[in-house]
Ligand binder design. Structure first.
Ligand SMILES: C[S@@+](CC[C@H](N)C(=O)[O-])C[C@H]1O[C@@H](n2cnc3c(N)ncnc32)[C@H](O)[C@@H]1O
Length: 307
C-alpha cells in the first residue's frame, strides 16, 4: 500500500533533534515514516525505534523504509508505553525523540477508516483498530451535554450545543454520511458559508475523543524526557491549540523542576530542572510549505534538550 502523507516541518524537526549521527532515536508517531526516513538519511549510522498505534501505518512505513530495515525497530503500540517498548528492545536511552501528533493523511483519506466527512462509511475513527471504542460509541451513547462539551472544546465549534442536540434526536446514526447530514441540519444556513465544511470541526472533535489524543501527551513527554540521554533532544509537532498548550506546559514544568508553592521561602520538593527549552517560541511552517500542504497551516514545533 502506498502511504501518501506529506511530512510537516520535516527538516526543522529532524535537524532539531539529531545530536549524534551514530545515535539511537525514537519516532513516537511513525505514520508513513517520512520523518524517520529523513533522520536515517541525515544520521547515517543511527538507529530508530519507531512507534505507531496504527498497524496500517506500520505496514506502510515498512515498505517506505525497506532500504533501512536493519536500522529500524517497529513497535505497534501507543506512545504512552514508550518506556516499556524501550526496555523490551534493550534500549536504555535515546539521543533524540520526536513526535508529529494527530492524524495522518491516509487515515483521513481511506474511507474504510470512517474518519472523513468527505466520504460515506461506517462511523469508526479508531487509530488503533484493536480498540473496541469507536466513533459509533461516542455518537450514539454520549449524553447531549457530554457531546456538547467535546464538540465545543476539541472542535472549537460555536454551534456545539445545537449539533449535540440534533445528534441525540437523530440516533441511531451509523455512517459518516448520516452524521454529516445531521450536522448540516443543525448549523444555520447563514453560518455554513464561513469556516470550511460544516462537519469539519465536529469530526475533529469526535476523532480526538475516540483516540484519547490529548490524554497521552503529558505522560508520554515525561517518560520520553526520562529516557533522553544528557544533551539529547525532544521535538514535538502539534496541530491543535490544546495539544500545543499541553506540550508547552509540560516542557515548562520539566524545565522548572521545583514544584513548591511560590510563597515557600526555600525549596522543599527537591525536584531539579530536567530540560532546557530550545524553542522559546514555536517553529512554524514557512508560507511556501503552507501553500504546498494545507495540513501544515496549524503546525507548531517545540524542541527541548535534556540537561
Ligand atoms: C501526523 S502522523 C505522523 C506522520 C509521520 N511523521 C510521517 O512523516 O509520515 C501521526 C501518526 O501518529 C499516530 N499516533 C497518534 N497518536 C498516537 C499515540 N498515542 N501512540 C502511537 N501512535 C500515535 C497516528 O496513528 C499517525 O499514524
Amino acid at each position: 500500500m502506498s502511504f501518501k502523507h506529506i511530512s510537516v516541518l520535516k527538516n526543522e524537526l529532524v535537524e532539531g533533534i539529531i545530536t549524534d549521527k551514530s545515535g539511537t532515536y525514537c519516532d513516537m508517531t511513525l505514520g508513513g515514516g517520512g520523518h524517520t526516513k529523513r533522520l536515517l538519511e541525515l544520521a547515517p549510522n543511527s538507529k530508530v525505534m519507531a512507534i505507531d498505534r496504527d498497524e496500517a501505518a506500520i505496514n506502510a512505513a515498512k515498505e517506505n523504509l525497506s532500504d533501512y530495515f536493519t536500522r529500524v525497530i517497529f513497535v505497534n503500540d501507543n506512545f504512552i508505553n514508550i518506556k516499556e517498548a524501550a526496555k523490551e528492545n534493550g534500549i536504555e536511552g535515546f539521543d533524540g525523540i520526536m513526535a508529529d501528533l494527530g492524524v495522518s493523511s491516509p487515515q483521513l483519506d481511506n474511507p474504510e477508516r470512517g474518519f472523513s466527512y468527505m466520504s460515506d462509511a461506517l462511523l469508526d475513527m479508531r487509530m488503533d483498530r484493536r480498540s473496541d471504542f469507536s466513533a459509533m460509541n461516542v455518537v450514539n451513547e454520549y449524553s447531549a451535554d457530554k457531546l456538547c462539551k467535546i464538540i465545543g472544546l476539541y472542535g472549537e465549534e460555536r454551534w456545539a450545543k445545537r449539533i449535540a442536540e440534533f445528534i441525540v434526536k437523530a440516533r441511531p446514526i451509523k455512517t459518516t454520511g448520516e452524521l454529516v447530514e445531521v450536522i448540516k441540519s443543525a448549523v444555520p444556513q447563514g453560518a455554513r458559508e464561513k469556516g470550511g465544511h460544516p462537519a469539519k470541526r465536529t469530526f475533529q472533535a469526535i476523532r480526538i475523543e475516540v483516540n484519547g489524543e490529548l490524554d497521552a501527551i503529558e505522560s508520554a513527554i515525561n517518560s520520553a524526557c526520562d529516557l533522553l540521554k544528557p544533551s539529547g533532544r525532544i521535538g514535538i509537532i502539534t496541530f491543535h491549540s490544546l495539544e500545543d498548550r499541553i506540550v508547552k506546559q509540560s516542557f515548562a514544568s520539566l524545565a522548572k523542576g521545583c514544584t513548591c508553592p511560590r510563597d515557600f521561602p526555600i525549596c522543599i520538593c527537591g525536584n531539579k530542572p530536567k530540560i532546557q527549552i530550545i524553542t522559546k517560541k514555536p517553529v512554524l511552517p514557512s508560507t511556501s510549505e503552507e501553500e504546498q500542504n494545507s495540513r501544515a497551516k496549524s503546525a507548531k514545533l517545540r524542541i527541548a534538550e535534556k540537561l
